[in-house]
Design a protein around this ligand. Structure first.
Ligand SMILES: Cc1cc2nc3c(=O)[nH]c(=O)nc-3n(C[C@H](O)[C@H](O)[C@H](O)COP(=O)(O)O)c2cc1C
Length: 462
């Protein structure tokens, strides 16, 4: 398929054309961006990151100035058949499914959240990234989320065996026919009907000739963006990115009117802007620097890097608002808290949100933390309950866990809370999206967050 390319006709563009010698981008044609899509030009963006790119991290990046955020790679099959629901407590959209055990669906299991997004704060800014090696599966999966995101990006760069063994990720760089067919299918069956953009993220190949041949094919598929990670597939993350091929990739993209985003060792917004200027690319994507401190998206002029404690506080608030899985929160805290600080070792011991907020002295978050622990069935792991001064002994915690397990009719220590839901069925409200500027309050008397015991277990995120 050939890209529809339109000439730049805006007054600003006309002025830019008049000064073509001054600006290398002035005469660049542009693919039209669909009405529900988003233009990657001029953007400093959060990279897709499995584990590190869940909703709270994305909200954190946006808070500090990221222009767009990519979600973590989600495999097509995991999304097909997922149910879309609106979390009545915080208005987030959750795609859930009952976990299957070796293909056998556990009837008693709670739905687990495959993907969560914020329709207010991520509106116009979220790109969903997919792992796929099959056009039909890619279409089916993309349709599940297409109405709720601004773009679908195909991961064609992940070198990890879980991705490449199924022919996905970087394996697609070796099967360009397949890669092209997936992109064309997504453009035709998802991009056009939903009026969103389809894009691809690749790595460079071993030689400029190989990369050039691949990119030349990709820009003809109808995509509206291409990100190039300036490392080859075998390169490890700690090896410095190679930017020798970047101008060539950018030139091929620009000839076809496609925005080109660079990735690899971009450290901050200011650094990204400088690299965009130097290489003539349209955008810059940041991964590991954002994982370490998301305030890298804030320019020096606006304050630059924030102290880790401020960043962690903001992150914790987003985790509580999102009811983020504790294991995921812990993973990113591990990245955000410097290893040499004593809070690092202390945080490692925490098993609940209440304990985290106590250890980090986030006293104003304690009530909210306790209520989220209730929602996530974590109260039996509290080292001490709210208001208790002494930590619970291990024996008391064990006894509470067994008691909880018995009450739920199971043997597992990770069983359901004994609290009775006030109602057990009914549709989840879809009109309760809160004002993004008013974070949900922790006080259980606040109607926007029901008291923990009033939350039906069927609606609780795993
Ligand atoms: C924890 C982690 C998870 C990642 N997951 C993905 C992913 O889901 N999809 C993807 O295309 N790349 C993924 N990557 C690669 C990054 O998006 C990015 O291409 C790479 O880290 C290079 O950028 P950097 O030099 O800024 O770190 C991941 C990287 C990290 C560190």
């Amino acid at each position: 398929m050939t890209s529809l390319v339109e000439s730049v006709t805006t007054p600003a563009a006309a002025a830019a054309t008049a000064t073509a010698t001054a600006s290398p981008l002035a005469n660049v044609p542009r693919v039209p961006i669909p009405p529900n899509g988003v233009d990657y030009r001029g953007k400093i963006v959060l990279a897709p990151m499995v584990r590190s790119g869940e909703l709270p991290s994305r909200l954190l990046a946006l808070k500090y100035g990221a222009d767009l955020v990519w979600g973590p790679e989600t495999i097509d099959r995991s999304l097909i058949g997922a149910e879309r629901r609106v979390n009545p407590r915080n208005g987030t959209i959750e795609f859930t499914r009952i976990p299957s055990n070796g293909g056998r669906v556990e009837k008693t299991a709670k739905p687990s959240v495959i993907y969560r997004l914020d329709p207010v704060r991520e509106k116009g800014k979220l790109v969903f990234q997919m792992g796929s090696a099959d056009p039909d599966l890619a279409i089916q999966a993309a349709k599940v989320v297409a109405a709720d995101v601004s773009g679908i990006d195909l991961n064609s760069g992940c070198p990890k065996p879980f991705s490449t063994s199924g022919g996905m990720g970087a394996a697609l760089l070796r099967t360009p026919d397949k890669l092209v067919s997936i992109l064309e299918a997504l453009v035709r069956e998802v991009g056009q009907p939903y009026q969103i953009g389809i894009s691809v993220k690749i790595r460079i190949l071993e030689t400029p000739e190989l990369t050039s041949a691949l990119v030349t094919r990709l820009v003809r598929t109808g995509i509206t963006g291409l990100t190039v990670h300036c490392r080859t597939t075998p390169m490890r993350p700690r090896e410095r990115a190679i930017r020798d091929q970047l101008r060539m990739v950018k030139d091929i993209c620009h000839e076809a009117g496609i925005p080109c985003v660079m990735n690899g060792d971009v450290e901050s917004r200011d650094h990204g802007l400088a690299l965009m200027e130097e290489f003539g690319v349209d955008g810059a994507m940041i991964a590991t620097s954002a994982e370490a401190n998301s305030s890298c998206f804030r320019s020096e002029a606006d304050g630059g890097l924030a102290p880790w404690r401020d960043v962690v506080y903001e992150y914790m608030k987003f985790c509580l608002e999102s009811e983020n899985k504790l294991g995921n929160t812990k993973y990113l805290l591990n990245m955000l808290i410097p290893g040499k600080d004593k809070a690092f070792a202390e945080a490692k011991q925490c098993k609940t949100y209440l304990d985290f907020c106590r250890k980090l002295a986030f006293d104003d978050l304690l009530t909210h933390a306790a209520s989220v622990d209730e929602i996530l069935d974590l109260t039996t792991k509290w080292s001490s309950a709210p208001g208790e001064e002494q930590p619970r002994s291990k024996a008391v915690q064990n006894a509470m866990q067994s008691e909880s397990a018995r009450a739920a009719g199971g043997n597992s220590a990770r069983s359901k809370s004994t609290s009775q839901p006030a109602h057990t069925g009914g549709p989840i409200r879809t009109s309760s999206i809160p004002d993004a500027n008013k974070p949900a309050k922790a006080d259980p008397s606040d109607a926007s967050i029901p008291a923990p015991q009033a939350i039906p277990q069927s609606e609780v995120s795993a």
